[in-house]
Design a protein around this ligand. Structure first.
Ligand code: NOJ
Ligand code: CA
Length: 654
């Protein structure tokens, strides 16, 4: 029974129940929303036990009374939804969207009598709700000073988090701490282990025209902290309007969170009619040579993008079977302090020494797609001025892959990347890209909230500390945390595939074998083959990269503990073969792999790429073994992973 039942009875509105309960299809989760003393609250139970204790919901508005008190539920409408839909690309080909829903219609009992709706959906894998503000005669617009959606988890829960409102956006190492030790706002997805023994993550879905939600610790609970605008408010809305979905994903094991598809399910179906031009792919770049300092983004002796070099890299793509090639520094504006001079970037002017038409023609002849790059240095004003022309330029040149970048701590030196202004801008790029048949890979992006279901041309994004931070700033446990945290936000361009792990300018804190594992454990519909081509020449490990795809039919998260290790198996889309990847933190370990997911009565040939017994990410990174073995359903295998190491397996059905 609800603990606040007695109170609710006192505040009945003309006999309409002031409680709305939504149960998950499997009946294990119950979300109870209730108006208590005029205030909306909710709680979530799993198997009868509270996962979220009673938590309040409300809004503080500028020049208006708060939307928080004097509420009544005037009606609740319930429905059930159960469908399957097909992704254009992703971790699964087919996704089940099954939930029970309650639309809770609320009104104020005094004053303006403003109306709003809380729409709640309970899935087997969690609960989500959003706030909707319908068009109404006496309320046309609102400026939100504060949204307070509380999430009263047990304060003894353990969370894995990155800090919000920092200069490097989402590009931080994760900290593990008890909720009671949190001092400042953290980003979502925010993943937790609860004293109840299960795992939960708070995130949002379908973030459009709103500030991103961070979570602030306050009075022993997490409270939504919407990214502010420079004008002192957080969000401006014209009614009708709705917020993104507030989402609580729940699972017994941490790997269950990786299998959670609520975020995609809460987004609208695909809005692009013909998706035949949208293709997940692997891509090379001249990129790592730039990060190593061998080549530069700007002009001069080290200028990376020249007609000759692009030709050389196109040849490499053709030789190594990598379908696309990223060109950073193809346009003008990079000379000097580009990070602080975004206004210098021109998105239709190739740099001197680079014949773009000849290069595109050469790439076409070799069946390689060029991926152009728009670094903006977060000067969105400059970019928006040029966007129409810049995307028309891509279309005219028949370029379908684009990487964008927003290096800088504020958009236009003023607004957070994650503010409503940022969210709107990123969305404009996705939609103008779709209109020009361009697939995008956003770096320094807004976090993923599943809009790629609606706009599948948004193939990938960064939004975390990626391999560009190797050379000192990445520890082996990072990649055992991000799949459970950042990974819940979807496709992540981690840029795997560095074979030159012992390089003296940027030494990579992994064994070489682990670079293969990344293609499986970290999902991205754009997987980089990030090293310089000569590193792959005649390399026995490269075969795995050549074979591994960037989109899948099914994904199984076999084993994992956050910050410790992870093993993922993925099946080829429309095929029978499997790829398996495993990573561990700084602790070497042996894992036992059970092949109970394979087809019965079938035989598979396993190609196993693993760390040698004496491999170590610090001083023996190149020690690996390649083995072949026949595998059947029900077999098992013990695999050693070195400190900072991992393994990769290709299973071919015979
Ligand atoms: C940061 C991006 O993450 C990286 O991939 C890119 O090379 C640089 N910015 C330059 O744009
Ligand atoms: Ca970055």
């Amino acid at each position: 029974m609800l603990m606040f039942n007695i109170f609710s009875k006192l505040f009945k509105h003309k006999g309409v129940p002031q409680t709305a309960t939504v149960t998950s299809p499997d009946r294990r989760l119950i979300a109870e929303f209730e108006v208590v003393g005029g205030v909306l609250q909710y709680q979530i139970k799993r198997d009868g036990r509270l996962v979220i204790n009673p938590s309040r919901i409300g809004f503080e508005l500028k020049n208006d009374r708060p939307l928080a008190k004097n509420m009544v539920i005037v009606r609740t409408a319930k429905k059930t939804h159960n469908e399957q839909w097909e992704t254009v690309w992703g971790e699964e080909k087919t996704i089940t969207n099954h939930y029970n829903e309650a639309a809770i219609y609320l009104a104020e009992t005094d004053g303006a009598e403003r109306l709003w709706t809380v729409r709640v959906r309970a899935f087997d894998e969690g609960v989500a709700w959003r706030y909707e503000f319908p068009a109404q005669p006496n309320w046309q617009a609102m400026e939100i000073v504060n949204e307070f959606t509380e999430f009263a988890f047990d304060w003894n829960s353990t969370g894995w988090w990155i800090p919000a409102y920092q200069p490097d956006r989402y590009e931080y190492n994760y900290t593990k701490s008890q909720l009671s030790d949190l001092e400042n706002p953290v980003h979502t997805p925010f993943t937790m282990r609860l004293p109840l023994g299960c795992y939960a993550a708070v995130h949002e879905a379908a973030l459009y025209d709103y500030g991103a939600m961070t979570l602030r610790p306050q009075d022993g609970r997490l409270v939504s902290d919407i990214t502010p605008l420079s004008n002192g408010t957080r969000v401006g809305l014209v009614l009708p309007a709705q917020t993104p979905w507030r989402m609580v994903e729940i699972g017994q094991a941490p790997t269950d969170l990786m299998a959670n598809r609520m975020m995609l399910n809460l987004n609208a179906p695909c809005k692009i009619q013909d998706t035949s031009w949208i293709q997940a792919t692997k891509y090379m770049g001249i990129w790592w040579a730039q990060h190593l300092g061998e080549l530069s983004w700007g002009t001069g002796e080290r200028q990376a993008i020249t007609t000759a070099r692009v030709r050389e890299y196109v040849d490499a793509c053709a030789t190594y079977g990598v379908p696309a090639l990223l060109l950073e520094g193809w346009n003008t504006g990079w000379d000097g302090d580009w990070m602080n001079h975004g206004e210098r970037f021109n998105f239709t002017e190739p740099v001197a020494g680079f014949d773009i038409d000849a290069s595109l023609e050469y790439a076409r002849q070799n069946n390689v797609k060029l991926m152009l790059h728009h670094e903006t240095s977060a000067d969105v004003a400059n970019y928006e001025k040029q966007m129409t022309d810049a995307y028309a330029f891509l279309k005219a040149k028949n370029v379908h892959y684009l990487k964008t970048g927003y290096v800088g701590s504020r958009i236009n030196h003023l607004e957070f990347h994650h503010s409503q202004i940022g969210v709107r801008h990123y969305q404009r790029t996705v939609e103008i890209a779709a209109a020009n048949q361009v697939m995008v890979n956003i770096h320094e992006p807004i976090k993923g909230t599943g809009i790629e279901r609606t706009w599948p041309n948004l193939l990938s994004r960064e939004g975390a500390r990626g391999q560009e931070y190797e050379g000192g700033a990445l520890a082996p446990n990072h990649a055992t945390i991000i799949p459970f945290t950042r990974g819940l936000a979807g496709s992540f361009d981690y840029t795997p595939g560095i074979f030159d792990v012992t390089n003296f300018t940027k030494r990579v804190a992994t064994t070489i074998t682990r670079q293969l594992a990344y293609y499986v454990v970290i999902f991205s519909a754009l997987q980089m083959v990030s090293d310089r081509p000569h590193m792959y020449k005649d390399h026995p490990l490269f075969r795995f990269i050549q074979l591994v795809p960037a989109t899948w039919g099914r994904s199984l998260y076999l084993l994992g503990e956050i910050g410790e290790y992870l093993v993922v198996a993925r099946q080829v889309r429309d095929g029978t073969d499997w790829f398996i990847g495993g990573v561990t933190n700084e602790n070497a370990r042996k894992i036992n792999l059970f092949f109970d997911f394979l087809d019965k009565d079938a035989k598979y040939t396993a190609e196993i790429y693993r760390d040698d017994e004496n491999a170590h990410y610090r001083d023996n990174q190149m020690a690996y073994k390649i083995e072949a073995q026949e595998i059947r359903h029900g077999d098992h295998m013990a695999i050693h992973m070195a400190s900072g190491g991992g393994f990769a397996i290709y299973l071919k059905k015979n």
